[in-house]
Structures are given as structure tokens and as C-alpha cells.
Design a protein. Structure first.
Length: 173
């Protein structure tokens, strides 16, 4: 069986690639296909995450085991047909935990055809890959100036009012 998988970069612009891969190949092979299709260096850590129809992040399947015994399951331990059993099955893919390249991965077709090429194979490209990872919208908590800490509301002293050094004798050091 040949799976056609659409991999969409999480960005404002439409950037995606369609990759064909055999059902008995591993997630590690899909990882290599994504690296090639999006011209990523492949020198950073990465993980797939099981996902549902709402793109919720589930179990992590890392590139490498972070366990000292190397007994954790990695991408090389899972075949495509095991984690993507049907059309519409989804994964999330994160590459480079510092820059956080995020991708949506979805099976768009499964065909019973003879493999004639070396897979994975990028069969369709749409959109230009940005030079830098798209910025993530992170929620930042801002405290308004009129919000006070509980101690300040009650009139207790703050750290600025404390004379911490008064009990210390410099000669003791």
C-alpha cells in the first residue's frame, strides 16, 4: 500500500507538501521525507505526536530516546500503517524545539499500487518555505499597574522597604 500524506507548515501562508510513502516504512522514514521535502537540515531534535480530528496533541513519538537506557519507543519503532491506519488519520510534527517548526500531517489517500520508486517521494509542493520558523503566538501575562499584590493592599512592607543588610557585619566574611 502507498500512502499519500499531506504535510502542512503551521504558518500564515499556505505551505505544504504531499509525500508518498509505503505502509511498511517507519515514522523515521517519513521524518526523512519531511526533511527533504521542506529543505530542513535534519540536525535538530524532532517528534511526532499522535493527534485526533481537532489536532489535539497526544502521545509523543520522538526521533531519539531521551531515556538513559534507550528503551523508549522512537520513530524507528512505528510503521506508517500502525500510527496512520486510515485516510484522515493525523499527526503533529515538531522540528527543532528551539525554533519550533510545527507541521500538520494527514493521510489524504491510501492506494493499493505497486511501489515503483524509492520512497518516501515528494509528489507535490505548494508554497515557499520561509527562511526562519514562523513565530508562535504565545500568551503573555501582563499585570496592570493598578493591580497590587495582596501584601501591598494590606499595607505590609515590600522587599524594597526591608533593610536586609542591617544585621550583617561585613567583617564576618
Amino acid at each position: 500500500m502507498i500512502y499519500k500524506i499531506r504535510v502542512i507548515l503551521d504558518t500564515k501562508d499556505n505551505v505544504f507538501r504531499d509525500i508518498e510513502i509505503r505502509d511498511k516504512q517507519t515514522l523515521f522514514t517519513l521524518y526523512k521525507g519531511i526533511m527533504s521535502a521542506f529543505s530542513l537540515q535534519g540536525e535538530e531534535l524532532a517528534s511526532f505526536y499522535l493527534s485526533d480530528q481537532e489536532w489535539s496533541q497526544g502521545k509523543e513519538i520522538p526521533l531519539e530516546s531521551m531515556d538513559e537506557t534507550n528503551e523508549d519507543e522512537t520513530m524507528a519503532d512505528f510503521h506508517i500503517h500502525e500510527v496512520l491506519p486510515e485516510v484522515g488519520a493525523r499527526l503533529l510534527f515538531v522540528y527543532d524545539y528551539m525554533d519550533m517548526w510545527a507541521f500538520y500531517v494527514e493521510v489524504i489517500s491510501i492506494e493499493d499500487k505497486k511501489a515503483v520508486l524509492n520512497y518516501p517521494l515528494t509528489v507535490y509542493r505548494f508554497g515557499a518555505m520561509p527562511l526562519k520558523a514562523p513565530k508562535r503566538n504565545m500568551e503573555i501575562i501582563n499585570l496592570d499597574e493598578d493591580e497590587l499584590m495582596d501584601d501591598e493592599e494590606e499595607g505590609d512592607s515590600s522587599f524594597d522597604d526591608l533593610d536586609i543588610d542591617s544585621d550583617m557585619d561585613i567583617d564576618d566574611f
